[in-house]
Design a protein around this ligand. Sequence first.
Ligand SMILES: Nc1nc2c(ncn2[C@@H]2O[C@H](COP(=O)(O)OP(=O)(O)OP(=O)(O)O)[C@@H](O)[C@H]2O)c(=O)[nH]1
Length: 300
Amino acid sequence: MTQPSLDSFPCLLMVTDFETNKLEYINRSASACLGINTDDIQQYSLFDIISKASSIFFESYVRPTIVSTGECQEVQLSLVASSGEKLPAVANIELAQAKIYWSVYTAVARDRLYQELIEVREQLEEETEKLVRLTRIDPLTQLLNRRAALDDLNSLQKRLQRQFVPVSFVVIDIDLFKKLNDTYGHSHGDEVLVKVAAILQNVSRASDIVARWGGEEFLVVLYGSCVEDTRCFCERVHSAINSLNDSIDGDVSVSVGVSALSAEYSVCSEMIDNCMKEADAALYQAKSNGRSRTEYFESV
Ligand SMILES: Nc1nc2c(ncn2[C@@H]2O[C@H](COP(=O)(O)OP(=O)(O)OP(=O)(O)O)[C@@H](O)[C@H]2O)c(=O)[nH]1
């Protein structure tokens, strides 16, 4: 039987000197991978065949480890071939009689797999985001839909239980929208809904809940908004809707009903439901009082 040769091993085998770091032996796999002729190895040091970062890692971690334990397993490093190409690799390293023995596996395929896994995960995250968006966003106005608003109200209630801040509930309803649809067509009505939604989004803050509550009705929950802030908000809404009339057909106005959460008790879901009802009652009052106005529930 012919003598087994280290050249037949399918991994890179190397020996370096512990003191000088000179390359003393490489097998055929290492020679092929690094592009170094076995006859020329004395010209090379360890630091010629691993990257700068790997050299620092070797000095700061691997060397002390092999000095104290005699070995270091599964060391991730970057080999540098004579062509300059960098190859990710994993090495098992042992120290014996002032020589360091290396068995090294290139990890190109593994790194490619990791990369693919990362890409797949990113795609999944993107798809999930799209799905969440589809379930939460009203496709016409791009505002939150009613279900998402209810979810967010639920989270808001928990947040307010931990720390109370003033919150206003503002229900906004486009006046005589049926007439607008009937006069100018449904697609014109849709365009008005989109424009009103954009106005509400523009005059709100990122911490507010801005939702299409139903047909031509919107809900804005103003977070951290005192009565004065809420009044300003409503004025801004009316004035922006007024300006809208310069650019579209028909006379668009909104009626607005407002209620606010009282800070007296710990906020429970019934209190939020109640506030919504109060804002609805105020909206009804605004419609009865001639539309295109804001009414505040009596306690506000
Ligand atoms: N274009 C369009 N119309 C819608 C949409 N959703 C609901 N509507 C219409 O909105 C109209 C609402 O009419 P009403 O509830 O009678 O209210 P209104 O005409 O606004 O009258 P007031 O609220 O009393 O001022 C109905 O004709 C619905 O068909 C939509 O997505 N697009």
